[in-house]
Design a protein around this ligand. Structure first.
Ligand code: IPE
Ligand code: IPE
Ligand code: MG
Length: 247
């Protein structure tokens, strides 16, 4: 494999169609600078822009960002309020640009737990960007993998109870129809920043055969070059899906 200049998007080799990112390390970034945690979250918004640019330059079709987990509701109230404010600010300030760039935004998770104002702003960005065909951007908010699977199981069970679904006919494709990611292919590449080696309840169903890249960079410092480096790492992998050889 030929190596390319770090500054340019990786073109030699397979391009992951769907990239998911666990954006981690905002709190440590702030702590390193004696700043409050919310300052790290604010700085993290710049990295979101970088990731989107990196994905578009690389030719990735779907970018899924883990922004707030179900478990994150257990954080101190003031941090949750700051995060929701930032989400609202992001949805309002980026709406036009994302729309112009052809980015279709979807916010996936248990949105009922969100305050009404934040929810209205994320619904507005979804509506404004609907039909964007260059990049599908999933923002996973109030999301956890187990919750998503449980929700799908409840919906499947309801269909069975109604008599419209035969339990014997339930297979992976049936369940996938009830996941938030319905209709989307599984991620090819998962990036986690801040050097943590765990999934933290993220996309437990969809990551079954995803290649994982752990970056030591704290999320607010993440740039499109880190995105390119992750894709290059992906291009060196041999994906076997349980078989003896790739392909
Ligand atoms: C990731 O950064 C953002 C969210 C989970 C909302 P953290 O806030 O988890 O930052 P660290 O892990 O404490 O550094
Ligand atoms: C995972 O990060 C959730 C998001 C990035 C939104 P956390 O910081 O919440 O995960 P743990 O606590 O380190 O596992
Ligand atoms: Mg963290």
């Amino acid at each position: 494999m030929t190596t390319q200049r770090n500054g340019s998007a990786p073109v030699d080799g397979p391009i992951p169609h769907h990239v998911a990112i666990i954006m981690d390390g905002n709190g440590r970034w702030a702590c390193d600078r004696d700043l409050p945690r919310h300052a790290g979250h604010r700085e993290g918004m710049k990295a979101v822009r970088q990731a989107i640019e990196g994905a578009m330059e690389t030719g990735v079709g779907i970018l899924t960002l883990f922004a707030f987990s179900t478990e994150n509701w257990q954080r101190p109230e003031e941090e949750i309020v700051a995060l929701m404010r930032l989400l609202k600010l992001y949805a309002e300030s980026e709406r036009e640009e994302l729309q112009e760039k052809g980015v279709e935004v979807r916010v996936l998770g248990d949105l009922a737990r969100m305050d009404a104002e934040t929810r209205a702003s994320v619904e507005a960005i979804e509506e404004a960007t609907q039909g964007g065909s260059r990049l599908r951007l999933n923002l996973m908010i109030s999301y956890s993998g187990r919750e998503e699977i449980l929700r799908a199981v409840r919906l499947v069970a309801a269909e069975v109870a109604r008599g419209s679904l035969d339990p014997e006919a339930v297979d992976a494709r049936t369940l996938e129809k009830f996941l938030h990611t319905r209709g989307l292919p599984d991620p090819d590449l998962l990036i986690r920043t801040s050097g943590e080696f765990r999934l933290s309840n993220f996309m437990l169903w969809q990551l079954a055969y995803t290649e994982i890249h752990i970056s030591p960079v704290l999320w607010p410092d993440f740039t499109r070059l880190d995105f390119f480096a992750a894709v290059r790492d992906y291009q060196r992998r041999e994906r076997r899906f349980g078989r003896v050889t790739a392909g």
